[in-house]
Write a protein that binds this ligand. Structure first.
Ligand code: SF4
Length: 387
């Protein structure tokens, strides 16, 4: 990482001093925050992975549940993927959970634990420059820079870097500034001070400069441009995605099967499904796909539940069709999800919501006729009932 960014030494020293004093004076108490040289690398790493694309308040309960189940890297390395993904359910971006497990196993096998080296960390699955820099600096006091969205915004304003955030030259400039600014004695604290400043003071679109410890050293503030820099990132419009889902119900439980490894919710359990577009014969497409992918012959009935979710890049609609399956092949890796278990089952939350909605619909119909049948599902295949 280049270390020549052109920060004059006196300004760099003043920025370090003020940022560290402000951080020491009081920062948010978070379960993954540690003083320099007292950090638990596993917790730092886990938090950094969970915080990607996810807000702090949403992460905290997931972080605590995950640690309760897998308190150490060794415990995680010995875990089953399905148990890891079940704890990840609801956080989204499930590849993060898979990479976490793969990296834990690789770190244990290659190094006996997390390695104290940026290069060795970068060689682990899922470790990009940000995660490697965060773990190296916070857990191992290595003077490695970090640039996430918060840090990028702070640096862009401090040094008036007004290129588009996604631009390669802008990114390179910000990383060079971060590398120059990181404090060799307290790199983790300096990096966390920048993260904290971006999260709590130097926000977008309206920074609270009157509370900022480095306001006197900020180029954007001096030029009255703190609300213009960095320019807003242009996001592509979300694409609509419609999945027709087969809801095969037996004795109060719904069939879920592993999805293909690639694509949305790849490798996770869900009702058998197919992407459909306007004009498709949805029932025919669903029956054809489930037959081809799972060897199950379906009789596709009425549409019984609809769920809509806004994902980062997609507007997702799940259309659930009540289906009858004559036979489930032996050896299929699936599960039956009981009524009211959807949200506790480790499924992606959109599928769990669809199943819960379906059961609510069933109950409404059944209440008018006769009670919903309960009891173990009559599956012939590996019968892992989640209740
Ligand atoms: S002075 Fe304002 S714009 Fe500059 S770093 Fe502080 S909060 Fe951000």
């Amino acid at each position: 990482m280049p270390r020549v960014s052109g920060i004059p030494p006196a300004r760099r020293a003043a920025l370090r001093r003020r940022l560290l004093a402000w951080y020491d004076g009081g920062h948010r108490e978070l379960p993954w925050r540690f003083p320099q040289r007292a950090a638990d690398g596993y917790r730092v790493w886990l938090a950094e992975v969970m915080l990607q694309q996810t807000q702090v308040q949403a992460v905290i309960p997931y972080f605590e549940r995950f640690l309760a189940r897998f308190p150490t890297l060794d415990a995680l390395a010995a875990a089953r993927e399905e148990d890891v993904l079940a704890l990840w359910s609801g956080l989204g971006y499930y590849a993060r959970g898979r990479n976490l497990l793969a990296a834990a196993r690789a770190a244990r096998a290659r190094h006996g634990g997390l390695p104290a080296s940026v290069e060795a960390l970068r060689a682990l699955p899922g470790f990009g420059p940000y995660t490697a820099g965060a773990v190296a600096s916070i857990a191992f006091a290595i003077p490695a820079p970090v640039v996430d969205g918060n840090v990028a915004r702070v640096l862009a304003r401090l040094f008036l870097v007004d290129g588009a955030p996604g631009d390669a030259r802008t990114r390179a400039r910000l990383w060079a500034l971060a590398a120059d600014l990181v404090d060799p004695a307290r790199p983790g604290d300096l990096n966390q001070a920048l993260m904290e400043l971006g999260a709590t003071v130097c926000g977008k679109p309206a920074p609270r400069c009157d509370r900022c410890p480095v306001a006197a050293l900020c180029a954007a503030r001096a030029g009255g441009r703190e609300r213009e820099v960095p320019p807003a990132r242009l996001r592509p419009a979300r694409r609509p995605l419609v999945l027709a889902c087969a809801l095969v119900e037996r004795r109060g439980a719904v069939l879920v099967l592993p999805r293909r490894a690639r694509g949305l919710f790849g490798g996770l359990l869900g009702p058998p499904a197919v992407e459909v577009a306007g004009g498709d014969d949805v029932r025919a497409a669903l029956a054809r796909t489930v037959r081809a992918e799972h060897g199950i012959d379906l009789a596709v009935g009425e549409e019984a539940a609809v769920v809509r979710r806004v994902l980062t890049h997609r507007e997702l609609t799940l259309r659930g069709f009540r289906c009858e399956a004559a036979r489930i092949p032996r050896g299929a890796e699936g599960a039956w999800i009981r009524e009211a278990a959807g949200r506790r089952s480790g499924l992606p939350t959109a599928f769990a919501a669809l199943i819960d909605t379906f059961f609510s619909t069933c109950r409404g119909v059944q209440d008018k006729k006769r009670p919903l049948r309960r009891g173990p599902p009559g599956a012939k295949f590996r019968d892992r009932v989640r209740a």
